[in-house]
Write a protein that binds this ligand. Structure first.
Ligand SMILES: Nc1ncnc2c1ncn2[C@@H]1O[C@H](COP(=O)(O)OP(=O)(O)OP(=O)(O)O)[C@@H](O)[C@H]1O
Length: 409
Protein backbone atom coordinates (compact mmCIF):
# COMPACT_ATOMS: atom_id res chain seq x y z
CA UNK A 1 0.00 0.00 0.00
CA UNK A 2 1.44 3.38 -1.02
CA UNK A 3 1.57 5.88 1.83
CA UNK A 4 2.47 9.36 0.64
CA UNK A 5 4.17 12.07 2.64
CA UNK A 6 3.58 15.39 0.83
CA UNK A 7 6.17 18.12 1.49
CA UNK A 8 4.06 21.25 1.85
CA UNK A 9 5.79 24.62 2.14
CA UNK A 10 2.46 26.47 2.01
CA UNK A 11 3.22 27.89 -1.46
CA UNK A 12 0.80 27.44 -4.34
CA UNK A 13 2.72 24.48 -5.86
CA UNK A 14 2.65 22.23 -2.82
CA UNK A 15 -0.92 23.28 -1.90
CA UNK A 16 -2.05 22.16 -5.37
CA UNK A 17 -0.07 18.92 -5.06
CA UNK A 18 -1.66 18.10 -1.71
CA UNK A 19 -5.16 18.77 -2.99
CA UNK A 20 -4.49 16.65 -6.08
CA UNK A 21 -3.22 13.56 -4.23
CA UNK A 22 -6.04 13.73 -1.68
CA UNK A 23 -8.62 13.93 -4.49
CA UNK A 24 -6.94 10.87 -6.01
CA UNK A 25 -7.83 8.97 -2.85
CA UNK A 26 -4.25 8.28 -1.74
CA UNK A 27 -3.26 7.73 1.88
CA UNK A 28 -1.54 11.00 2.73
CA UNK A 29 0.40 12.80 5.45
CA UNK A 30 1.74 16.37 5.40
CA UNK A 31 5.30 17.41 6.29
CA UNK A 32 6.28 21.02 6.84
CA UNK A 33 9.55 22.55 7.95
CA UNK A 34 9.61 25.90 9.74
CA UNK A 35 12.83 27.54 8.60
CA UNK A 36 12.45 30.45 10.97
CA UNK A 37 14.16 32.64 8.39
CA UNK A 38 11.36 35.07 7.68
CA UNK A 39 8.83 36.83 9.89
CA UNK A 40 6.02 34.96 8.07
CA UNK A 41 7.44 31.52 8.98
CA UNK A 42 5.20 31.21 12.07
CA UNK A 43 2.11 32.05 10.11
CA UNK A 44 3.06 29.61 7.31
CA UNK A 45 3.58 26.84 9.82
CA UNK A 46 0.11 27.44 11.30
CA UNK A 47 -1.39 27.69 7.82
CA UNK A 48 -0.01 24.27 6.76
CA UNK A 49 -1.00 22.67 10.07
CA UNK A 50 -4.58 23.92 9.66
CA UNK A 51 -4.59 22.76 6.03
CA UNK A 52 -3.72 19.22 7.15
CA UNK A 53 -6.54 19.47 9.75
CA UNK A 54 -8.97 20.63 7.10
CA UNK A 55 -8.21 17.59 4.93
CA UNK A 56 -8.16 15.44 8.07
CA UNK A 57 -4.69 14.02 7.41
CA UNK A 58 -1.69 13.69 9.79
CA UNK A 59 0.62 16.70 10.12
CA UNK A 60 4.37 16.36 10.79
CA UNK A 61 6.04 19.68 11.57
CA UNK A 62 9.54 20.66 12.55
CA UNK A 63 11.14 23.95 13.56
CA UNK A 64 14.73 24.36 12.44
CA UNK A 65 17.13 26.62 14.26
CA UNK A 66 20.70 27.27 13.22
CA UNK A 67 22.13 29.50 15.97
CA UNK A 68 24.61 31.18 13.62
CA UNK A 69 22.26 31.30 10.65
CA UNK A 70 22.64 28.30 8.34
CA UNK A 71 23.34 28.32 4.62
CA UNK A 72 20.72 27.49 2.02
CA UNK A 73 22.36 24.06 1.70
CA UNK A 74 22.26 23.37 5.44
CA UNK A 75 18.51 24.15 5.59
CA UNK A 76 17.94 21.91 2.59
CA UNK A 77 19.91 19.04 4.15
CA UNK A 78 18.06 19.42 7.46
CA UNK A 79 14.74 19.55 5.61
CA UNK A 80 15.37 16.27 3.78
CA UNK A 81 16.76 14.66 6.96
CA UNK A 82 13.46 15.47 8.67
CA UNK A 83 11.43 14.05 5.75
CA UNK A 84 13.52 10.89 5.97
CA UNK A 85 12.93 10.52 9.72
CA UNK A 86 9.18 10.97 9.31
CA UNK A 87 9.02 8.46 6.46
CA UNK A 88 10.79 5.82 8.48
CA UNK A 89 8.99 6.45 11.75
CA UNK A 90 5.50 6.54 10.23
CA UNK A 91 5.99 4.01 7.41
CA UNK A 92 5.48 6.31 4.45
CA UNK A 93 6.61 4.79 1.16
CA UNK A 94 6.81 7.97 -0.95
CA UNK A 95 7.85 11.54 -0.38
CA UNK A 96 6.26 13.94 -2.87
CA UNK A 97 7.55 17.41 -3.60
CA UNK A 98 5.90 19.99 -5.83
CA UNK A 99 8.71 20.79 -8.28
CA UNK A 100 7.12 21.76 -11.62
CA UNK A 101 8.08 22.46 -15.23
CA UNK A 102 9.18 26.06 -14.54
CA UNK A 103 11.60 24.74 -11.87
CA UNK A 104 12.78 22.26 -14.49
CA UNK A 105 13.55 25.02 -17.00
CA UNK A 106 15.58 26.91 -14.38
CA UNK A 107 17.50 23.76 -13.43
CA UNK A 108 18.33 22.93 -17.05
CA UNK A 109 19.59 26.48 -17.66
CA UNK A 110 21.72 26.28 -14.50
CA UNK A 111 23.16 22.94 -15.63
CA UNK A 112 24.03 24.43 -19.03
CA UNK A 113 25.69 27.40 -17.36
CA UNK A 114 27.69 25.05 -15.12
CA UNK A 115 28.83 22.99 -18.11
CA UNK A 116 27.28 19.79 -16.76
CA UNK A 117 27.61 16.82 -19.15
CA UNK A 118 24.30 15.18 -18.30
CA UNK A 119 21.81 17.99 -18.91
CA UNK A 120 18.86 16.02 -17.59
CA UNK A 121 17.24 18.49 -15.16
CA UNK A 122 15.42 17.28 -12.06
CA UNK A 123 14.50 13.55 -12.08
CA UNK A 124 10.82 12.71 -11.60
CA UNK A 125 11.69 9.97 -9.09
CA UNK A 126 14.65 8.63 -7.18
CA UNK A 127 15.18 6.22 -4.27
CA UNK A 128 14.73 7.95 -0.91
CA UNK A 129 14.59 6.79 2.73
CA UNK A 130 13.97 3.17 1.80
CA UNK A 131 11.16 4.29 -0.53
CA UNK A 132 10.99 6.92 -3.25
CA UNK A 133 11.04 10.66 -3.76
CA UNK A 134 8.47 11.47 -6.46
CA UNK A 135 7.74 14.77 -8.25
CA UNK A 136 4.37 14.36 -9.95
CA UNK A 137 4.07 17.97 -11.17
CA UNK A 138 7.38 18.04 -13.00
CA UNK A 139 5.93 18.36 -16.49
CA UNK A 140 3.23 20.90 -15.53
CA UNK A 141 3.92 24.58 -16.09
CA UNK A 142 3.29 26.88 -13.13
CA UNK A 143 0.44 28.67 -14.91
CA UNK A 144 -1.53 25.40 -14.99
CA UNK A 145 -1.04 25.05 -11.24
CA UNK A 146 -2.32 28.60 -10.75
CA UNK A 147 -5.36 27.79 -12.90
CA UNK A 148 -6.00 24.64 -10.81
CA UNK A 149 -5.74 26.57 -7.53
CA UNK A 150 -8.22 29.16 -8.77
CA UNK A 151 -10.61 26.55 -10.15
CA UNK A 152 -10.83 24.79 -6.78
CA UNK A 153 -10.70 27.99 -4.71
CA UNK A 154 -7.52 26.95 -2.91
CA UNK A 155 -5.73 29.24 -0.50
CA UNK A 156 -1.93 29.50 -0.31
CA UNK A 157 0.93 31.57 1.02
CA UNK A 158 3.54 33.43 -1.00
CA UNK A 159 6.17 30.81 -1.94
CA UNK A 160 9.34 31.28 0.07
CA UNK A 161 11.32 29.82 -2.83
CA UNK A 162 10.55 32.91 -4.93
CA UNK A 163 12.85 34.81 -2.61
CA UNK A 164 15.69 32.32 -3.01
CA UNK A 165 19.09 33.59 -1.94
CA UNK A 166 20.91 31.30 -4.38
CA UNK A 167 22.62 33.79 -6.67
CA UNK A 168 22.56 31.85 -9.92
CA UNK A 169 18.98 30.59 -9.52
CA UNK A 170 17.84 34.12 -8.71
CA UNK A 171 19.51 35.46 -11.81
CA UNK A 172 18.05 32.70 -13.99
CA UNK A 173 14.57 33.07 -12.48
CA UNK A 174 14.28 36.83 -12.56
CA UNK A 175 16.39 37.86 -15.56
CA UNK A 176 17.09 35.03 -18.00
CA UNK A 177 13.80 33.09 -17.97
CA UNK A 178 11.53 36.15 -18.51
CA UNK A 179 13.64 37.19 -21.52
CA UNK A 180 13.59 33.71 -23.03
CA UNK A 181 9.84 33.36 -22.50
CA UNK A 182 9.25 36.69 -24.24
CA UNK A 183 10.61 35.23 -27.48
CA UNK A 184 9.41 31.62 -27.03
CA UNK A 185 6.31 31.41 -24.82
CA UNK A 186 6.12 27.60 -24.80
CA UNK A 187 9.75 27.15 -23.74
CA UNK A 188 8.78 25.67 -20.36
CA UNK A 189 6.99 22.70 -21.98
CA UNK A 190 9.63 22.28 -24.67
CA UNK A 191 12.54 22.13 -22.22
CA UNK A 192 10.63 19.92 -19.81
CA UNK A 193 10.09 17.41 -22.68
CA UNK A 194 13.71 17.64 -23.80
CA UNK A 195 14.95 17.03 -20.25
CA UNK A 196 12.65 13.99 -20.01
CA UNK A 197 14.08 12.59 -23.26
CA UNK A 198 17.60 13.22 -22.04
CA UNK A 199 16.90 11.34 -18.82
CA UNK A 200 15.63 8.36 -20.82
CA UNK A 201 18.62 8.52 -23.12
CA UNK A 202 21.08 8.57 -20.22
CA UNK A 203 19.23 5.75 -18.46
CA UNK A 204 19.61 3.62 -21.59
CA UNK A 205 23.28 4.56 -21.92
CA UNK A 206 23.98 3.57 -18.32
CA UNK A 207 22.23 0.23 -18.85
CA UNK A 208 24.22 -0.47 -22.00
CA UNK A 209 27.47 0.53 -20.34
CA UNK A 210 26.74 -1.73 -17.35
CA UNK A 211 26.66 -4.64 -19.80
CA UNK A 212 29.84 -3.43 -21.44
CA UNK A 213 31.55 -3.26 -18.04
CA UNK A 214 30.46 -6.80 -17.23
CA UNK A 215 32.00 -8.06 -20.45
CA UNK A 216 35.16 -5.98 -20.50
CA UNK A 217 36.19 -4.84 -17.06
CA UNK A 218 37.83 -6.93 -14.38
CA UNK A 219 36.44 -5.69 -11.10
CA UNK A 220 37.99 -6.24 -7.73
CA UNK A 221 37.21 -4.99 -4.26
CA UNK A 222 38.75 -1.61 -4.88
CA UNK A 223 40.00 -1.65 -8.41
CA UNK A 224 39.15 -2.17 -12.02
CA UNK A 225 41.25 -3.18 -14.98
CA UNK A 226 40.28 -2.70 -18.56
CA UNK A 227 42.16 -3.01 -21.81
CA UNK A 228 42.73 0.53 -23.00
CA UNK A 229 42.10 -0.33 -26.64
CA UNK A 230 38.68 -1.73 -25.60
CA UNK A 231 37.91 1.67 -24.11
CA UNK A 232 39.18 3.43 -27.22
CA UNK A 233 36.46 1.61 -29.21
CA UNK A 234 33.85 3.55 -27.25
CA UNK A 235 32.84 7.07 -28.20
CA UNK A 236 33.61 9.88 -25.71
CA UNK A 237 30.08 9.87 -24.25
CA UNK A 238 30.26 6.12 -23.65
CA UNK A 239 33.69 6.52 -22.03
CA UNK A 240 32.28 9.24 -19.78
CA UNK A 241 29.42 6.87 -18.82
CA UNK A 242 31.84 4.07 -17.95
CA UNK A 243 33.81 6.56 -15.81
CA UNK A 244 30.63 7.63 -13.98
CA UNK A 245 29.59 4.05 -13.32
CA UNK A 246 33.03 3.22 -11.96
CA UNK A 247 33.02 6.40 -9.86
CA UNK A 248 29.69 5.39 -8.36
CA UNK A 249 30.85 1.85 -7.72
CA UNK A 250 34.10 2.76 -5.99
CA UNK A 251 33.15 6.14 -4.54
CA UNK A 252 36.11 7.70 -6.35
CA UNK A 253 35.57 10.58 -8.75
CA UNK A 254 37.23 9.35 -11.95
CA UNK A 255 36.10 12.47 -13.86
CA UNK A 256 37.83 13.17 -17.15
CA UNK A 257 40.97 11.18 -16.24
CA UNK A 258 39.96 8.20 -18.42
CA UNK A 259 39.56 10.40 -21.48
CA UNK A 260 42.73 12.32 -20.85
CA UNK A 261 44.81 9.15 -20.45
CA UNK A 262 43.32 7.49 -23.48
CA UNK A 263 43.63 10.45 -25.79
CA UNK A 264 47.27 11.03 -24.88
CA UNK A 265 49.69 9.62 -27.44
CA UNK A 266 51.96 8.26 -24.72
CA UNK A 267 51.87 4.52 -24.03
CA UNK A 268 51.84 4.96 -20.28
CA UNK A 269 50.65 7.63 -17.89
CA UNK A 270 49.20 8.26 -14.47
CA UNK A 271 46.60 10.59 -12.92
CA UNK A 272 46.19 11.29 -9.23
CA UNK A 273 42.53 11.18 -8.23
CA UNK A 274 40.88 12.33 -5.01
CA UNK A 275 41.88 10.56 -1.80
CA UNK A 276 44.74 8.15 -2.30
CA UNK A 277 43.63 6.86 -5.68
CA UNK A 278 45.25 7.01 -9.05
CA UNK A 279 44.38 5.99 -12.59
CA UNK A 280 47.21 4.39 -14.56
CA UNK A 281 47.69 3.46 -18.18
CA UNK A 282 50.39 0.87 -18.71
CA UNK A 283 50.95 -2.08 -21.03
CA UNK A 284 47.64 -1.48 -22.79
CA UNK A 285 45.77 -1.74 -19.50
CA UNK A 286 43.90 0.98 -17.62
CA UNK A 287 43.79 0.41 -13.86
CA UNK A 288 42.41 2.21 -10.86
CA UNK A 289 44.74 1.76 -7.93
CA UNK A 290 45.73 3.13 -4.56
CA UNK A 291 48.57 5.55 -5.32
CA UNK A 292 52.06 4.52 -4.38
CA UNK A 293 51.23 0.85 -4.92
CA UNK A 294 52.23 -1.26 -7.86
CA UNK A 295 49.71 -2.14 -10.51
CA UNK A 296 47.05 -4.35 -8.97
CA UNK A 297 46.85 -7.87 -10.30
CA UNK A 298 43.64 -9.12 -11.95
CA UNK A 299 41.33 -10.94 -9.56
CA UNK A 300 40.95 -14.69 -9.14
CA UNK A 301 38.50 -16.58 -11.31
CA UNK A 302 36.97 -20.01 -10.93
CA UNK A 303 36.39 -22.30 -13.90
CA UNK A 304 33.90 -25.10 -13.40
CA UNK A 305 32.68 -25.87 -16.92
CA UNK A 306 34.30 -26.25 -20.34
CA UNK A 307 34.84 -24.76 -22.78
CA UNK A 308 35.76 -21.66 -20.76
CA UNK A 309 36.94 -18.39 -22.28
CA UNK A 310 39.06 -16.56 -19.76
CA UNK A 311 40.00 -12.86 -19.78
CA UNK A 312 42.74 -12.31 -17.23
CA UNK A 313 44.19 -8.80 -17.36
CA UNK A 314 45.45 -8.50 -20.91
CA UNK A 315 45.51 -12.27 -21.48
CA UNK A 316 42.78 -14.06 -23.33
CA UNK A 317 42.77 -17.84 -23.48
CA UNK A 318 40.36 -20.74 -23.51
CA UNK A 319 40.21 -24.02 -21.65
CA UNK A 320 38.56 -27.05 -23.20
CA UNK A 321 38.43 -30.79 -22.68
CA UNK A 322 39.10 -32.98 -25.71
CA UNK A 323 39.77 -36.67 -26.30
CA UNK A 324 43.38 -36.44 -27.32
CA UNK A 325 46.86 -37.90 -26.89
CA UNK A 326 48.32 -34.52 -25.95
CA UNK A 327 47.43 -32.11 -23.12
CA UNK A 328 46.86 -32.56 -19.38
CA UNK A 329 45.03 -35.81 -18.46
CA UNK A 330 41.78 -34.74 -16.84
CA UNK A 331 41.82 -37.66 -14.36
CA UNK A 332 45.05 -36.27 -12.84
CA UNK A 333 43.49 -32.96 -11.81
CA UNK A 334 40.72 -31.93 -9.45
CA UNK A 335 38.05 -29.45 -10.53
CA UNK A 336 37.22 -26.62 -10.21
CA UNK A 337 40.18 -24.71 -11.54
CA UNK A 338 41.32 -21.38 -10.18
CA UNK A 339 42.90 -18.80 -12.46
CA UNK A 340 45.05 -16.43 -10.46
CA UNK A 341 48.27 -14.42 -10.26
CA UNK A 342 51.49 -15.74 -8.80
CA UNK A 343 51.63 -15.81 -5.00
CA UNK A 344 54.64 -15.95 -2.68
CA UNK A 345 56.02 -19.51 -2.40
CA UNK A 346 54.28 -20.83 -5.53
CA UNK A 347 56.07 -23.86 -7.00
CA UNK A 348 55.36 -26.17 -9.92
CA UNK A 349 55.92 -29.93 -10.24
CA UNK A 350 58.15 -30.77 -13.17
CA UNK A 351 59.68 -34.11 -14.18
CA UNK A 352 63.02 -32.92 -12.80
CA UNK A 353 61.50 -31.99 -9.43
CA UNK A 354 59.69 -28.96 -8.01
CA UNK A 355 60.62 -25.53 -9.29
CA UNK A 356 59.67 -22.11 -7.88
CA UNK A 357 57.33 -20.14 -10.18
CA UNK A 358 59.44 -17.02 -9.53
CA UNK A 359 62.46 -18.95 -10.94
CA UNK A 360 60.46 -20.10 -13.96
CA UNK A 361 59.58 -16.44 -14.65
CA UNK A 362 63.23 -15.43 -14.45
CA UNK A 363 64.32 -18.24 -16.77
CA UNK A 364 61.56 -17.34 -19.23
CA UNK A 365 62.69 -13.66 -19.06
CA UNK A 366 59.25 -12.37 -18.03
CA UNK A 367 59.75 -8.78 -16.75
CA UNK A 368 58.96 -8.30 -13.05
CA UNK A 369 56.12 -5.79 -13.64
CA UNK A 370 54.37 -8.19 -16.03
CA UNK A 371 54.45 -11.21 -13.72
CA UNK A 372 51.25 -10.40 -11.76
CA UNK A 373 49.40 -10.44 -15.09
CA UNK A 374 50.48 -13.90 -16.17
CA UNK A 375 47.61 -16.32 -15.42
CA UNK A 376 48.34 -19.43 -13.36
CA UNK A 377 45.93 -22.38 -13.62
CA UNK A 378 45.61 -24.08 -10.25
CA UNK A 379 43.45 -27.12 -9.50
CA UNK A 380 41.27 -27.71 -6.43
CA UNK A 381 44.12 -29.45 -4.57
CA UNK A 382 46.32 -26.36 -5.02
CA UNK A 383 48.52 -27.89 -7.68
CA UNK A 384 49.76 -25.40 -10.27
CA UNK A 385 48.87 -27.01 -13.57
CA UNK A 386 50.06 -24.34 -15.94
CA UNK A 387 51.57 -20.90 -16.21
CA UNK A 388 49.69 -19.78 -19.30
CA UNK A 389 52.01 -19.14 -22.24
CA UNK A 390 55.07 -20.08 -20.17
CA UNK A 391 55.10 -23.64 -18.79
CA UNK A 392 52.86 -26.64 -18.15
CA UNK A 393 53.34 -28.96 -15.17
CA UNK A 394 54.63 -32.47 -15.96
CA UNK A 395 52.24 -35.30 -15.22
CA UNK A 396 53.23 -38.99 -14.77
CA UNK A 397 50.97 -40.00 -17.68
CA UNK A 398 53.36 -40.54 -20.53
CA UNK A 399 51.33 -43.24 -22.24
CA UNK A 400 50.18 -40.95 -24.98
CA UNK A 401 46.90 -42.89 -24.93
CA UNK A 402 43.73 -41.25 -26.12
CA UNK A 403 41.81 -39.91 -23.08
CA UNK A 404 39.94 -36.72 -22.00
CA UNK A 405 42.57 -34.01 -21.63
CA UNK A 406 42.56 -30.37 -20.68
CA UNK A 407 43.73 -28.15 -23.52
CA UNK A 408 44.89 -24.56 -22.95
CA UNK A 409 44.69 -22.45 -26.11
N1 LIG B 1 9.69 24.41 4.32
C1 LIG B 1 9.23 23.39 3.59
N2 LIG B 1 8.45 22.47 4.18
C2 LIG B 1 7.97 21.44 3.47
N3 LIG B 1 8.23 21.25 2.18
C3 LIG B 1 8.98 22.14 1.54
C4 LIG B 1 9.53 23.25 2.20
N4 LIG B 1 10.25 23.97 1.33
C5 LIG B 1 10.16 23.32 0.16
N5 LIG B 1 9.39 22.22 0.27
C6 LIG B 1 9.06 21.23 -0.80
O1 LIG B 1 10.09 21.26 -1.78
C7 LIG B 1 9.55 21.69 -3.02
C8 LIG B 1 10.58 22.57 -3.71
O2 LIG B 1 10.74 23.73 -3.02
P1 LIG B 1 11.89 24.77 -3.34
O3 LIG B 1 11.92 24.99 -4.82
O4 LIG B 1 11.76 25.91 -2.42
O5 LIG B 1 13.09 23.92 -2.88
P2 LIG B 1 14.53 23.92 -3.44
O6 LIG B 1 15.39 23.94 -2.25
O7 LIG B 1 14.70 24.96 -4.49
O8 LIG B 1 14.48 22.53 -4.16
P3 LIG B 1 15.11 21.23 -3.60
O9 LIG B 1 14.16 20.77 -2.54
O10 LIG B 1 15.17 20.31 -4.77
O11 LIG B 1 16.42 21.67 -3.11
C9 LIG B 1 8.28 22.43 -2.64
O12 LIG B 1 7.38 22.44 -3.74
C10 LIG B 1 7.78 21.60 -1.50
O13 LIG B 1 7.16 20.43 -1.97
Amino acid sequence: MTRVLVAVSGGIDSVVLLDRVIRNGMEVGVAHVHHGLRPESDEEYEFVRRLADKYDVPFHGKRLAFPNGGSQASYRTARYAFFEQVMQKFDYTQLMTAHHADDQLETVLIQLQRNVVEVTGIPERRPFAGGELVRPLLSEPKRELIAYAKRYGLEWREDASNATTEYLRNQVRHQIVPQLLASQPNLVQVVSETARHQRELWRTRYRQMENWIQDNVRLEMKAFHVKSDNLMCLNPVERYTVGRLLSMRYGVEVGTAIDRLLTSAQGSGHFDLEGSWGLRKQDGLLSLQATGQSLLAPHKQVVTTFPAHVVFGTSLFSLDVEDDTDGIPLEAIELPLIIRSVEAGDAMKLSIGTKKVARIFIDAKIPREKRPFVPLIVDATGRIIAIVGVRVSDFPDKSGAMCPRLMVK
